[in-house]
Ligand binder design. Structure first.
Ligand code: TPP
Length: 1038
């Protein structure tokens, strides 16, 4: 009974406050007596009916009894009195059958206490049954809700009625339930019959169907449960393991009469439906043969989104970031974000010229940013729709990342000011794994955006595919259950029901700051796009759709019949909007040029000049003063807080770091520290995210120190560098590449003044995020004129670690570079290197020294524009004794080296050099070791290409010219069809005007990136080193 008491205390404040008072003040004696006896001398298990869910019910009864013994049934009164009077366990209430098995003494005692109460067991059972029934509705009522506006397909793909739901049309007899459920006891599933329907039952605190009533006849209980759970709204929430949240939802949907709308609200809803519907009608009339992925069949989406935004604005949100697919996008741009209509209409003109460089994108992919007054709340609101590719759901994590960044920059630590709304199609929401990956970011401290409202345009079809062939879950939204997000399914032909769930969804987010899903069960009036014939594949569905009255018409008729509007008013609303469209259409004809930059989703005010140009075309030195380097180095090799015990092994690492600082050198980890720490000093936020980045996969970084004695006590020395430094965020991510890289890309979109880095555990795993790389990072600027300075750190290198821990696939990144291999650019151009960077779609580097890594990270921010930076980072070089850089190469005046020329004996007598080897990255160290071993330092020069793309034509030309008698060869440790060869070779040939061949020394072509056999690995290595230093190796080909 102790459980009862604690549970009752927990439940009370949420429901009847007067009971709390009674419970704590008026009946202390009763509680004490009860508790004493039941808690210490009578185990709960001794009462046969006190188990599982029934204990909740008994608890209800007990609380009610404490308040007023007459408020509960006589049987309960006797039971509780007996209990308080000291009835032994199991005897305060006994069924006749068990009584016969009890000891005679116990039975006699119990009977004397109970007095005459022959039907007590039936009453208890009936109350338990009613409570179970209420619970059944709460759990499974949505399966019975009428969600499909077409009335032909069940939204959960299952037409059966759950066995434990008794509806008002059911006859409470055995036959009905026998049909539904094989296992039956006499009296139906619950043992209720027709005669029970008019009996009054006390309602548990876990329901709000009573309103002011604490007891209702069963017939009314069923009716109210049906009203709450089985009309046009299906609520899925009982999987949420938080009582307060469940109570909140129950209250929102069960309270009688809660779904009320004022006439003004109804008129606003109608006006919004008019806009939504007539917008599509207008486009259809003007451009009947153009694809636009119209919203017909789900016109209610527009008022739905506006309601979510209104409600959120009312609750303090002033910035909403949205992501959505093709369906209804133009309508959302026009009627939610309020993009000028002429800007949308002119996009249908095939003669419109593109003003911006780059590919541009389809009109239903472009983004938008708009600040305006929300007319309902009279508050400022900024709306941003993130541009997205065709790849469904790919924008989800990007939207989340941008939202997180906007929250971060305005100090909105709880998501009260900035929020995101994500729209989905039903097939994509169910099918795309990124949806799941994004949900798993939703509650992580460094990734949470404190709740996203998801809206699914569930038109019950995916292109031509029937949902019964497209998913294995009942609903397309089941993925949301993993994060305990409530899911509100709603029939979209009931606009008021839709508005209600949208209000509740927005309130949910602002109350609990957790994700929520609104599933708009609708239909698609046309084919997948306006050109498609849906009857080929969905004939019956579309026969029904042809008969379906548009929702606007239905709702208008309803409001006219209710006298909320009259017919002329409705017609005037329509003609008013049609006129707006017509006028905008006329204006649109004046638009001759398409400026994609008018469709920017994330402007960076102040970063560019007013006409969008960089403020300069130069980059200052990326070096630092010696004292800055030393200071960062000292903090990096210490524990900057008191009373903090670090691991002994880490002490040794820090000691080694300290020695490096004393010797004025850096290794890889320290170089990174110097870059990050110095940017923080300059007010640049640095955010490093990825799997295990805090320590570093290779245990070299240690940016988060862990106290060895106190759980969760950590220290981030990087945040203890300077008094007014920018904050440093370093966060181990969930095990997702697609989700996390998308998120960081979104984070980097928000501001140019942040260094945002994503590190792959091993570079090999970047292909799990291929879509973010292919669709956003590589072509983002070309498609959407949006720059982004994200940095990808991709550990790469052939070290005998097998096919999946060796290659970040440089060949793929290089293949996607937009520079021309066959055209030598104008090398005399001022600021050639910066212009090249400005023109490229991304920068690809493979640094061979920590110092160069330091410079390239700093250059990323000191450049007057932003480009994505792909860095192939080393593994063994992290600890390689030669991979060190002196402070001298990091002082003011120093900079990133795109090429590191040979500077040994070969460079002293270049005419004598027989071979010039070009290479990149770690293989340089293998080559120099081998050259030394062979005594060929004068015959072979080795030049490192540190920046692969844009290709340093200018510097390499100088190198090639310096060694006139040398053969040229490219050496790489990767297989020939991989790595850099295919990218470098034609560019080197162009550099030297094809005067000489460029030979190859490296591994043979292969399907896998690396061997799994250590010995083979070493054999392959030796073989290509042999080729690299065999001065006759290429004679046979020439
Ligand atoms: C990742 C991805 N795969 C396939 C497609 C091709 N495609 C475009 S729309 C579509 C159907 C989408 O159905 P649903 O998500 O229900 O949205 P609807 O078009 O019905 O609004 C498909 C398969 C795509 N755009 N993206």
């Amino acid at each position: 009974m102790f459980h009862l008491r604690t549970c009752a205390a927990k439940l009370r404040p949420l429901t009847a406050s007067q009971t709390v008072k009674t419970f704590s003040q008026n009946k202390p004696a009763a509680i004490r007596t009860f508790q004493q006896i039941r808690c210490y001398s009578a185990p709960v298990a001794a009462e046969p009916f006190l188990s599982g869910t029934s204990s909740n019910y008994v608890e209800e009864m007990y609380c009610a009894w404490l308040e007023n013994p007459k408020s509960v049934h006589k049987s309960w009164d006797i039971f509780f009195r007996n209990t308080n009077a000291g009835a032994p366990p199991g005897t305060a209430y006994q069924s006749p059958l068990s009584l016969s098995r009890s000891s005679l003494a116990t039975v006699a005692h119990a009977q004397s206490l109970v007095e005459a109460q022959p039907n007590v067991d039936k009453l208890v059972e009936d109350h338990l049954a009613v409570q179970s029934l209420i619970r059944a509705y709460q759990i499974r009522g949505h399966h019975v809700a009428q969600l499909d506006p077409l009335g032909i397909l069940d939204a959960d793909l299952d037409s059966s009625v759950p066995a434990d739901i008794i509806s008002s049309t059911d006859k409470l007899d055995l036959a009905v339930f026998k049909d539904r459920l094989g296992m039956l006891t006499v009296g139906g599933f619950y043992g209720l019959d027709e005669s029970d329907l008019d009996k009054v039952f006390h309602l548990p605190t876990t329901t709000f169907i009573g309103g002011q009533e604490s007891a209702l006849p069963l017939r009314e209980i069923i009716r109210r449960l049906e009203m709450a759970y089985c009309q046009h709204i299906g609520v899925e929430f009982m999987f949420i393991n938080d009582l307060e949240q469940c109570q909140w939802i129950r209250q929102k949907f069960e309270t009688p009469g809660i779904m009320q709308f004022t006439n003004e609200e109804k008129r606003t809803l109608l006006a919004r439906l008019v806009r939504s519907t007539r917008f599509e009608d207008f486009l259809q009339r003007k451009w009947s043969s153009e694809k636009r992925f119209g919203l017909e069949g789900c016109e209610v989406l527009i008022p739905a989104l506006k309601t979510i935004i209104d409600k959120s604005s009312e609750n303090g949100v002033d910035y909403v970031i949205m992501g959505m697919p093709h369906r209804g996008r133009l309508n959302v741009l026009a009627n939610v974000i309020r993009k000028e209509l002429e800007q949308i209409f002119c996009q249908f003109d095939s003669k419109l010229e593109a003003a911006d460089e780059g590919s541009g994108d389809m009109k239903y992919h472009l983004g938008m940013y708009h600040r305006r007054i929300n007319r309902v709340t009279d508050r400022n609101i900024t709306l941003s729709l993130v541009a997205n590719p065709s790849h469904l759901e790919a924008a989800d994590p990007v939207v989340m990342g941008k939202t997180k960044a906007e929250q971060f920059y305005c100090g909105d630590t709880e998501g009260k000011k900035v929020m995101s709304i994500l729209l989905h199609g039903d097939a994509a929401f169910a099918g795309q794994g990124i949806v799941y990956e994004t949900f798993h970011l939703s509650d992580l401290p460094s990734y949470t955006t404190h709740g996203t409202v998801h809206v699914v345009v569930n038109n019950q079809i995916g292109f031509t595919t029937d949902p019964r062939m497209a998913r294995s879950s009942p609903y397309p939204t089941d993925v949301a259950r993993v994060v305990n997000a409530p899911i509100f399914h709603v029939n979209s032909d009931d606009p008021e029901a839709v508005m209600y769930v949208c209000k509740v969804a927005a309130e949910w987010r602002s109350t609990f700051h957790k994700d929520v899903v609104v599933d708009l069960v609708c239909y698609r009036r046309n084919g997948h796009n306006e050109m498609d014939e849906p009857m080929f594949t969905q004939p019956l569905m579309y026969k029904q759709i042809r008969k379906q009255k548009p929702v606007l018409q239905k709702y208008a008729e309803l409001l006219v019949s209710q006298g909320v509007v009259n017919q002329p008013e409705y017609e005037e609303e329509i003609s008013k909007y049609d006129k707006i469209c017509e006028e905008a259409f006329t204006r649109s004809k004046d638009e001759k040029i398409l400026h994609i930059k008018h469709w920017l989703d994330s402007p960076w005010p102040g970063f560019f000049t007013l006409d969008g140009q960089p403020r300069s075309m130069s980059c200052p030195s990326t070096g630092l003063e010696e004292d800055v380097l030393a200071h960062i180095g000292n903090v990096a090799s210490s524990v900057p807080v008191e009373n903090f015990t670090i691991h002994g092994g880490l002490s040794r690492i820090l000691k080694t770091r300290k020695e490096l600082v004393t010797n004025r050198t850096v290794d890889w980890a320290l170089a990174e520290y110097m870059a990050f720490g110095s940017l923080l000093k300059e007010g640049i936020h640095v955010r490093l995210s990825g799997q295990d980045v805090e320590r570093g996969t290779f245990s070299h970084r240690h940016h988060v120190l862990h106290d060895q004695n106190v759980d969760k006590k950590t220290c981030i020395p990087m945040n203890h560098l300077w008094p007014n430094q920018a904050p440093y965020t370093v966060c181990n991510s969930s095990l997702s590449e697609y989700g996390v890289l998308g998120f960081e890309l979104g984070f980097a979109m928000a501001s140019p003044n942040a260094l945002v880095l994503w590190e792959a555990q091993f570079g090999d795993f970047n292909n799990m995020a291929q879509c973010i790389i292919d669709q956003f990072i590589c072509p983002g600027q070309a498609k959407w004129v949006r720059q982004n300075g994200i940095v990808l750190l991709l550990p790469h290198g052939m070290e005998g670690m097998g096919p999946e821990h060796s290659s970040a696939r440089p060949e793929r990144f290089l293949q996607m570079c937009n520079d021309d291999p066959d055209v030598l650019p104008d090398l005399q151009e001022n600021n050639f290197d910066i212009n090249q960077l400005y023109d490229c779609n991304w920068i690809v580097v493979n640094c061979s020294t920590p110092g160069n890594f330091f410079h390239v990270l700093r250059r990323q921010i000191l450049l007057p524009f932003r480009k994505p930076l792909i860095v192939f980072t080393p593994k063994s070089l992290l600890r390689h004794p030669e991979a060190r850089t002196s402070f001298d190469e990091m002082l003011p005046g120093t900079h990133f080296h795109r090429v590191i020329p040979e500077d040994g004996p070969a460079a002293q007598d270049p005419n004598n050099v027989k071979r010039l080897l070009f290479c990149t990255g770690k293989v340089y160290y293998d080559l120099t070791r081998e050259r030394k071993a062979r005594g060929m330092t004068e015959q072979v020069a080795i030049t490192r290409i540190e920046q692969l793309s844009p290709f340093p034509f200018d510097l390499l030309l100088k190198e090639a010219q310096k060694y006139p008698n040398a053969e040229l060869a490219w050496c790489q440790e990767e297989h020939k069809n991989q790595g850099y060869y295919d990218y470098v070779k034609p560019r080197l040939r162009t550099t030297i005007d094809r005067a000489k061949p460029v030979w190859y020394a490296g591994r043979d072509p292969a399907a896998a990136p690396a061997t799994g056999n250590k010995k083979t690995h070493l054999t392959e290595l030796q073989r290509f080193l042999d080729t690299a230093f065999d001065l006759d190796a290429f004679k046979k080909f020439s």
